[in-house]
Write a protein that binds this ligand. Structure first.
Ligand SMILES: Cc1ncc(COP(=O)(O)O)c(C=O)c1O
Length: 362
């Protein structure tokens, strides 16, 4: 037997943290996590099924992800030395913090943005510094740098498009920031496929820029595949701290198939973009909602009603979206992921009913 005071052994910084809350209620319609509503195309599934027989699951995966990097390299016209694969892009965020920051260092980003920048940084004993976005959810490089530089941040993060606001920040302001800042700038393009705007081609002239991508939003969330593009010197440092087998055989093989035969996935993406536009038009017709423009696969909207109540009532109807209303800048705000046509119709029907219903406080 042993009975140790375990909490006394845990670092103070970790004790103070709250675990990231993943809402995974048992709802039929899940429009809360910015996933692709469609399964991978049947042809790809079939080709994957056939390749299972060739898998050597008793062997470790390729630690360098050479096959996947070859395809990414051709697709984005960037040498393999500029690429690194992560167990989701979340892992790459953590590795980047690990190589550029010492305990207590600051990292900065606009607010509101993707919660994991702050959560991962705090877990590592770093100091997140935030600067508020303007009323169009955008920022000016001079103002942003002027406000955060006194904290001497080592890294700046920009979600492009920004989660949860949905828009892309002005590319000129991001470019200006990359050129003026003397540290590392991460442009997180997890939602690139829905915005089609990228900084990948700016890597060549900007050695302090890291672009992150994810396959989670285009149908492979369950496989956890993200990748980074940066100057080879940065990639070398990431490779020093990355666990050698961070990307497993199944994830590598399936991602190669998807990226090597992208046309059917592109059709899914095109459908999601069309559905996004339809959802935006329909939501904009509801007078008590303010709908924010989206270049991603989700839509942020603000309600005159109590957002928490609407969120719960939607859940009662089997529809899970994201309640963001506890953030001071997002009072009354909910975020809905674009689903299939049928899922979107059901969501629209319920939200139209709820915003009309008299039992909701206005
Ligand atoms: C802006 C942004 N970056 C990164 C991620 C994480 O993606 P992954 O699933 O590749 O870890 C998300 C997921 O929601 C995101 O919204």
């Amino acid at each position: 037997m042993s009975n140790v005071d375990l909490l006394s052994l845990v670092r103070d910084k970790v004790k103070k943290l709250k675990a990231y809350k993943v809402e995974n209620y048992d709802c039929d319609i899940k429009l809360h996590a910015n996933e692709n509503p469609f399964s991978p195309p049947a042809e790809l599934m079939e080709s994957f099924r056939k390749s299972l027989e060739d898998f050597k699951l008793n062997r470790y995966p390729d630690p360098h992800c050479n096959g996947l990097k070859r395809i990414l390299s051709q697709r984005w016209r960037t040498p393999p030395e500029t690429l690194v694969v992560g167990n989701g892009s979340d892992e790459l965020i953590q590795l980047i913090l690990q190589i550029f920051c010492d305990m207590g260092d600051a990292v900065a980003f606009p607010d509101p943005t993707f919660a994991m920048y702050s959560i991962i940084a705090e877990g590592m004993g770093l100091k997140p510094v935030v600067h508020p976005l303007d009323e169009n959810w955008d920022f000016k490089a001079d103002e942003f740098l002027g406000a955060v530089e006194k904290h001497d941040p080592k890294i700046l993060f920009f979600s492009f498009p920004n989660n949860p606001t949905g828009n892309c920040f002005s590319p000129e302001e991001i470019k200006k920031t990359i050129e003026r800042f003397r540290g590392i700038v991460v442009v997180d393009e997890a939602y690139y496929d829905f915005s089609k705007k990228t900084f990948i081609h700016d890597i060549r002239g900007h050695n302090n820029l890291i672009v992150l991508r994810s396959l989670s939003k285009i149908g492979l969330a369950g496989l956890r595949v993200g990748y980074g593009v940066a100057d080879p010197l940065i990639i070398d440092q990431i490779n020093k701290v990355r666990l050698p087998y961070n990307s497993n055989t199944v994830s590598q093989t399936f991602s190669e198939k998807v990226l090597g035969n992208f046309s059917q996935v592109q059709e899914q993406i095109d459908t999601i973009i069309q559905e996004r536009e339809r959802l935006v038009r329909a939501l904009s017709k509801i007078k008590s909602l303010k709908v924010y423009p989206s270049a991603s696969n989700f839509i942020l909207f603000r309600m005159e009603h109590d957002a928490g109540t609407v969120f719960k009532k939607l859940m009662d109807k089997g529809i899970l979206i994201r309640d963001l209303s506890s953030h001071p800048r997002l009072k009354g705000c909910l975020r809905v992921t674009v689903g299939s046509r049928d899922e979107n119709d059901q969501f629209l029907l319920q939200i139209e009913n709820l915003t009309r219903a008299e039992n909701l406080t206005t």
